[in-house]
Ligand binder design. Structure first.
Ligand code: CP
Length: 309
């Protein structure tokens, strides 16, 4: 039987193409399970998972919790705002106290890039990164790639554009690693101020022309402007951003083909994407959310199998 190459899922950078294919094949089985009248399997019975969220989340937090429940795991939920972190407790002390209560796996979202790497070096549990600052969001990239595979078939050779606030996006970096490992052609597109220089060294194309990029791609993954991370002004106004980089119905109708539109959420409607595009037949945004549960079940199941190594 095939197994995962690592005890933790910190980022896509550190896993192999075989790992990704194994996650997809396992997710195919779990997707069948969660569409049955009885959506539960006993695979993680006797495993306790702590969901540690030091930063806001809707999709990822709910999706992980549902995935854990569908696998029959015991769950502990923790949010920083209602914990002793607000009294000055360190990350390591917080996690060690939770682990003293016999937790096997930790799913963590944290604002600091590298927080999950740090934890994985200090505690014995399996760690899953649910988003660490502007670094990586591996399960989002996996569910995005899984959704492209489900919609278009094989990912190798597909042209995928990632459009928007690349600078602040952990989703962009994980998507680039994932899609490149699967053989896709990847382009990032946005204002020069929102695309870090190092992206051209990751084997992706860089563009500042949205219409030309939409004509080039098979799939456009549109990213949100991360309003909470705009410490300086990267563009004059949201209105101007929308005027030059927002994805509109008129833009899609001007193409000579139909492309697939994605967005990891949360959406700023009327900024990076208009409602008539987000809610259109071309959009697979809710399909991404649905697939998130099966993909996270696969990741939890495969990492639980690595527990004793
Ligand atoms: N896509 C995503 O990470 O959404 P949340 O911040 O709601 O978890």
């Amino acid at each position: 039987m095939k197994s995962f190459s690592t005890r933790h899922l910190i980022g896509i950078k550190n896993i192999t193409e075989d790992d990704i294919q194994l996650i997809f094949e396992t997710a195919d089985n779990f997707k069948e399970v969660i569409n049955r009248p009885i959506k539960k399997v006993p695979s993680l019975r006797d495993i306790t998972v702590a969901n540690l969220f030091f930063e806001s989340s809707t999709r990822t937090r709910v999706s992980f919790e549902l995935a854990e429940r569908r696998l029959s795991a015991d769950i502990v939920n923790f949010t920083a705002s209602s914990s002793s972190v607000s009294k000055g407790e360190t990350l390591l002390d917080t996690v060690n106290n939770i682990l003293a209560m016999k937790v096997d796996m930790v799913v963590m979202r944290h604002p600091a890039p590298g927080a999950c790497v740090y934890l994985s070096r200090h505690i014995p549990a399996n760690i899953i990164n649910a988003g660490d600052g502007t670094h990586e969001h591996p399960t989002q990239a996996l569910l995005d790639a899984y959704s492209i595979r489900e919609t278009l078939g094989d990912i190798a050779g597909r042209k995928v554009a990632i459009i928007g606030d690349i600078l602040h996006s952990r989703v962009a970096l994980s998507n680039v690693f994932c899609l490149k490992k699967l053989g896709a052609r990847v382009r990032v597109c946005g204002p020069p101020t929102l695309i870090p220089k190092y992206y051209s060294e990751l084997g992706v194309e860089v563009s500042h022309q949205v219409r030309e990029t939409l004509q080039w791609c098979d799939v456009a993954n549109v990213l949100r402007i991360q309003l909470e991370r705009q410490d300086i002004k990267y563009f004059p106004s949201l209105r101007e951003y929308h005027q030059y980089f927002g994805i509109t119905r008129e833009m899609l109708d001007s193409l000579d083909k139909e492309i697939v539109v994605m967005h990891p959420g949360p959406i700023n409607r009327g900024v990076e994407i208009t409602s008539d595009v987000a809610d259109s037949r071309q959009s697979i945004i809710l399909q991404q959310v649905e697939n998130g549960v099966a993909v996270r079940m696969a990741v939890l199941y495969l990492l639980a199998g690595q527990k004793s190594q």
